[in-house]
Design a protein around this ligand. Structure first.
Ligand code: AMP
Length: 116
């Protein structure tokens, strides 16, 4: 059996995290190394390694990442000013944890999307 990912351990409460949202398909918790006043990771409960591994059967969970993000952003009070959603894929995308996740960042102007 494949080893559990770090985020599966968090979802299963085997590792502590500041959980802010959970439903049948996704969970969300605060990033341990926040890059903005609000920095939350939204994670499908199914441990899909990367965006390159998604399939049609994952569409409900992947769609839920967005509805959960919008809901959490409203709760965090960052909706009207806006925020950024990021999904990194593999090495060039800067992915560190190979359990697909969406970053929700906000609470200050975030500047350009990429540094040059
Ligand atoms: P990525 O580079 O897109 O794979 O992002 C992985 C993110 O997971 C980074 O922003 C880390 O700070 C965050 N992270 C790593 N370990 C933990 C943890 N135990 N709890 C919460 N966030 C974590």
């Amino acid at each position: 059996m494949a080893e559990e990912t770090l985020f599966t351990k968090i979802i299963n409460k085997e590792i502590p995290a500041d959980m802010v949202y959970e439903d049948d398909l996704v969970a969300a918790f605060r990033d341990i190394n926040p890059q903005a006043p609000t920095h939350i990771l939204i994670v499908p409960k199914k441990p899909i390694p990367t965006v390159d591994d998604v399939s049609e059967e994952d569409e409900a969970a992947l769609g839920r990442l967005f509805t959960a993000a919008a809901k959490i952003a409203r709760r965090e009070g960052i909706s009207s000013n806006g925020y950024r959603l990021i999904i990194n894929c593999r090495e060039h995308g800067g992915q560190e944890v190979y359990h697909l996740h969406m970053h929700l960042l906000g609470g200050r102007p975030l500047g350009r999307m990429l540094s040059r």
